[in-house]
Design a protein around this ligand. Structure first.
Ligand SMILES: *Cc1c(COP(=O)(O)O)cnc(C)c1O
Length: 387
């Protein structure tokens, strides 16, 4: 079949989970705007009974994402946070979680302000340091949650090594693969148990939908996650599934351009006199460049840059772009700029932020797929405001 496991990434992106509609031949998966399904006799269905449980547009997306991540089972969610919430539901009171210390803010928040009060213990460690991970394990540790590259410092964690340490102890590992995407990195192939995604970002790719997903390869684990997906009900509507499916069809092509543009931008920034440091896994100067080369196909579309600037100066630069737009989020075709200290990471106290390596002058770029020359000219103009 077109898009099966033996075909290349681009073929899977376009065809996996998406046979033409059998009743009409429609080449695009229909948007099944229906809540219920007529049964031939009580409990005799065509595989669908209620759209929270299953919907054919969602099934197509779930199969497509599973094929891209190289797992057998995919689950769609209404947001990335709903997907991460589902993973946390596998735990019980008294369990212990080890999480990266620069996880996505929403993941940090759900652990700190929600699961904390249900008696879940979490230790945040620097997962780029395997010794820190090893010493954080406790007898009741059940889950390790990681991101690589991280946000906004773009640090890389060794997926294979972390998965191995977890397996040895019977601890589940969950990798949030939102920044890298399945085109650049496949955590399941490196031994992780669950891959989580905010499909809002590169998978959707056009800044027009919020969604999330989980992919796994173990049937018992998948059944448990699917039980929570249906029980808690944080499922995506069919239109949202359609939009993400439309996005994944071009993921490989978009990522090539995101990565090429980001590398050009990163190299240009590295040579700029007002730049203290460029953080980009694709640059040889990146502290985990060798690891990034080993586990990623390319450096990705995100570039963080530490300007020699105070908070007001960095804010001024961020307000001076004309091609880049000042906005949170990432992964769309258009370039975005974010000032973490005053936007996405403002809720972290300034001292704690600086201790974690997030300087006041750091700006985060989601490099889009416009023409690189225009992006560099825009950066030149905006950073020129520092003079
Ligand atoms: C955006 C994001 C999330 C949360 O996803 P939503 O779709 O906004 O709920 C989780 N992890 C990472 C790495 C993200 O960038």
């Amino acid at each position: 079949m077109k898009g099966d496991r033996k075909t290349g990434f681009g073929t899977r992106a376009i065809h996996a989970g998406q046979a033409p509609d059998p009743t009409t031949g429609a080449i695009m998966t229909p948007v099944f705007l229906t809540s219920t399904y007529v049964q031939e006799a009580p409990a005799k269905t065509k595989g669908y009974d209620y759209s929270r449980s299953h919907n054919p547009t969602r099934t197509a997306l779930e199969q497509n994402l599973a094929a891209l991540e190289g797992g057998r089972f995919g689950l769609g969610f209404a947001s990335g946070m709903a997907a991460i919430h589902c993973v946390l539901n596998t735990l019980r009171s008294g369990d212990h979680v080890i999480a990266g210390n620069d996880l996505y803010g929403g993941t940090f928040r759900i652990l700190r302000t929600l699961y904390d009060k249900f008696g879940l213990q979490t230790t945040f460690v620097d997962l780029t340091d395997l010794a820190q991970l090893e010493s954080a394990f406790r007898p009741n540790t059940k889950l390790v949650m990681l991101e690589t590259p991280t946000n906004p410092l773009l640090r890389c964690c060794d997926l294979a090594a972390i998965a191995k340490l977890c397996k040895k102890r019977g601890v589940l590992s969950m990798a949030d693969n939102t920044f890298a995407t399945p085109y650049l990195q496949n955590p399941l192939a490196l031994g992780c148990d669950i891959v989580a995604h905010s499909t809002t970002k590169y998978l959707g790719g056009h800044s027009d939908v919020v969604g999330g997903a989980l992919v796994s390869d173990d049937e018992a684990l998948h059944k448990q996650l699917m039980h929570f997906q249906n029980s808690c009900g944080g499922t995506p509507g069919p239109m949202d599934c359609f939009l993400v499916l439309r996005g994944t069809k071009t993921l490989h092509v978009r990522m090539e351009r995101h990565c090429a543009n980001a590398l050009l931008v990163a190299k240009w920034l590295e040579a700029h006199p007002r730049v203290e440091r460029v953080l980009y896994p694709g640059l040889p100067s990146h502290p985990q460049h060798a690891l990034a080369k080993k586990q990623m196909r390319a450096g990705g579309g995100m570039v963080s840059v530490e300007l020699k600037a105070t908070v007001p100066q960095a804010k001024k630069v961020c307000s001076s772009f004309s091609v880049f737009s000042l906005a949170e989020s990432l992964g769309g075709v258009e370039s975005l700029v974010d000032h973490p200290a005053s936007m996405t990471h403002a809720s972290i106290p300034a001292e704690e932020r600086r201790r974690a390596g997030l300087q006041d002058g750091l700006i985060r770029l989601s490099v889009g797929i416009e023409d690189a020359d225009d992006l560099i000219a825009d950066l030149d103009r905006a950073i020129g405001k520092l003079k």
